[in-house]
Design a protein around this ligand. Structure first.
Ligand code: NDP
Length: 244
């Protein structure tokens, strides 16, 4: 028997745009009570208006450990439990290693890698209680590194490494760990790239193919979270058909 998301409590980080937003909406449509976190609270309030179910808006900066901890506690205070954490907040500041602005490296490591680790740390006691799930939004870059993606790929393969250790630690307790690895999805992600040549490359790439849409990834998250309890969907790699 498949599990239902009806009444389940899910915290989605980075829900103010792109994949996180689409995932929060899909979960809400499936009956979940969803806590949505990001820095842009105005965007989250719009999302709360649009969602069919109950939404808790949380202004969160995942690079700030206390902010993450507060968001998890606020979710449990409001809804009484936590059934799943979708670790989605992330930034991609692509660029070559030579002459890079290393402040961008710090930002990627602090957001993508440390931020998602802080969220797992804060959520895990609650997830053990609910026999819940952690969904890590990684990337194809978590599997294959490439030029101009060194640091981003390092954060995403770091996420995969952390997820596998977590899986081994908690799967016997009934907590499931899911890694989702999207290829090119049309979102705001590439808009933050500061190198104009790489910004152009990203634009050309988007125009050269039928890219994935945020809803395509949201569907994968819903799929993983609605499997029967003995089924752990540990890894989902999804590329646009047109992406080589
Ligand atoms: P978007 O830029 O549209 O969304 C990123 C989200 O992360 C926003 O909601 C943003 O919210 C949030 N975020 C960024 N920094 C922080 C922070 N410090 N604290 C809290 N939230 C933060 O991009 P996507 O939807 O594409 O990205 C979502 C995830 O998917 C990322 O982890 C990305 O690496 C991954 N991914 C994306 C792919 C793609 O092709 N688009 C491919 C593979 C993986 P705010 O700015 O309001 O804080």
């Amino acid at each position: 028997v498949n599990n239902t998301l009806e009444g389940k409590v899910v915290l989605v980080t980075g829900a103010s745009s792109g994949i996180g937003r689409a995932t929060a909406l899909a979960l809400s449509k499936a009956g979940a009570r969803v806590a949505v976190g990001a820095r842009r609270a105005d965007r989250l309030k719009e999302l709360a208006q649009e969602a069919p179910g109950e939404i808790l808006v949380l202004e969160v900066d995942v690079t700030d450990q206390q902010s993450v901890r507060d968001a998890v506690e606020a979710t449990v205070d409001r809804f009484g439990a936590l059934d799943a954490l979708v670790n989605n907040a992330g930034v991609m500041l692509s660029g070559m290693i030579l002459n890079a602005d290393t402040a961008e490296w710090t930002r990627m490591v602090e957001t993508n890698l440390l931020g998602s680790m802080y969220a797992v740390h804060a959520a895990l006691p609650h997830l053990l209680r609910s026999k819940g799930a952690v969904v890590q939004i990684s990337s194809t870059s978590g599997r294959i590194s490439s030029a101009a993606s060194g640091v981003y790929a390092a954060t995403k393969s770091g996420i995969n490494a952390f997820a596998e250790a977590l899986r081994q630690e908690v799967t016997a307790e009934g907590v499931r760990v899911v890694v989702v690895e999207p290829g090119f999805v049309s979102t705001e992600l590439t808009s933050h790239i500061t190198d104009p040549a790489i910004q152009t490359m990203a634009k050309n790439m988007a125009e050269s193919m039928r890219t994935l849409q945020p809803e395509d990834i949201a569907g994968a998250v819903v799929y993983a979270l609605t499997q029967p309890e003995h089924v752990a969907v540990n890894e989902i790699l999804i590329r646009p058909t047109d992406q080589t």
